[in-house]
Write a protein that binds this ligand. Structure first.
Ligand code: UFG
Length: 327
């Protein structure tokens, strides 16, 4: 299939691009490189453009006879979305709607959309099923939910086929060691801990040790980027006009912040000094996926079920690219 991947130069998108290309798809990346990396995209496959530039999107979709879009391009920092909601509504909502219109203008009627566990807010039940009410608690989650709703309305009215894949905590790196996470500034737990192991930071601050969890720190479900990629490829195969798939992607296993740091100690052999800080605003205590629906609907099975294995792939990337793609 001929696929356009928006945000294909970013962390999750670049892994998906590689996965899709290996499965034999013809893949093009559309990215403005504000957070993505040219080096993460296969030679000759990058279109540098803005999602707000509808003529350019239309031209790109037509020129490459695109049949489906995977839409990763978005800002994804929860705290920033609280401080600067306009940035999130403009980029994650308005620009996504612009992309949908460009698709409509060119007759492209399949989309796999990067949604998020943040659409559930602070859920009532763990593990979280797709039937959990979606009540976001920050602008990032609201913006993603708006697009989920738009996709469903476009499906009903215009026959769009879509999958909204609700990721839990994306983690790890390509086992080849040449694609990985490179954010500036970095806010995510595992890369920050690995930067401590590399000597780039003195310590890691644990955001809150007074949660109602067994060790008092927040619990998350860390799902490997390549497992996310395989789910995207499987979802794409199922899309027909009018298809609606809303699926959680996680391992079903929760790890506390302390457990993640301990696993990083075992993988890296570094002591990793920690400090304890205040809770980070907007952090729900526990987010763990029930992804049985994705497993049965897609035939998906996450391969990375042990956090240490996931961290090992991240460590391979960070230790061989201590300055990220720039190095
Ligand atoms: N944490 C620390 N110290 C740090 C960084 C993180 O203790 O220096 C903790 C956080 O408080 C949280 C856990 O580690 O409890 C994981 O934090 P991340 O920032 O790595 O990930 P989040 O769970 O906050 O965010 C992820 C995705 C978002 C998505 C969100 C949904 O990155 O895009 O899950 O809740 F929206």
């Amino acid at each position: 299939m001929r696929i356009l991947v928006t945000g294909g130069a970013g962390y999750i998108g670049s892994h998906a691009v590689r996965w899709l290309a290996r499965e034999g798809h013809e893949v093009w990346v559309y990215d403005n490189l504000c957070a993505g990396h040219r080096q993460a995209v296969p030679e000759g496959r990058l279109v540098v453009g803005e999602l707000m530039d509808r003529p350019r999107l239309v031209e790109t979709l037509s020129a490459h006879q695109i049949e489906a879009v995977m839409h990763f391009a978005a800002f994804a920092a929860v705290g920033e979305s609280v401080a600067d909601p306009a940035k999130y509504y403009q980029n994650n909502v308005v620009a996504s709607l612009n992309l949908l219109e460009a698709m409509r203008a060119t007759g492209v009627n399949k989309m796999v959309f990067s949604s998020t566990t943040a659409t559930y807010g602070a859920p009532n039940r763990i593990p979280i099923t797709e039937d959990e009410p979606q009540k976001p608690i920050n602008p990032y989650g609201f913006a993603k939910l708006v697009i989920e709703q738009a996709l469903d309305d476009y499906r009903a009215a215009y026959g769009l086929g879509y999958a909204a894949l609700r990721y839990f905590n994306a983690a790890g790196a390509s086992p080849d060691g040449d694609l990985g996470e490179d954010h500036d500034p970095e806010t995510h737990l595992i890369p920050i801990v690995l930067q401590v192991a590399l000597g780039q930071r003195q310590n890691i601050t644990v955001f809150g040790e007074d949660y109602a969890t067994p060790d008092g720190t927040c619990i998350r479900d860390y799902v490997h980027v390549d497992d996310l990629s395989s789910a995207h490829a499987l979802a794409l195969k199922q899309l027909q006009p009018g298809t609606a798939l809303k699926l959680n992607l996680g391992t079903g296993r929760g790890q506390s912040v302390r457990e993640v740091i301990d696993a990083c100690r075992r993988v890296t052999g570094h002591a990793i000094p920690t400090l304890v800080g205040a809770r980070r605003p907007g952090d729900p205590p526990e987010l763990v996926a029930d992804s049985r629906r994705a497993q049965s609907v897609l035939g998906w099975k996450p391969r990375y079920m042990e956090i240490e294995e996931t961290i090992r792939t991240a460590w391979r990337w960070h230790s061989s690219h201590p300055r990220g793609y720039a190095g």
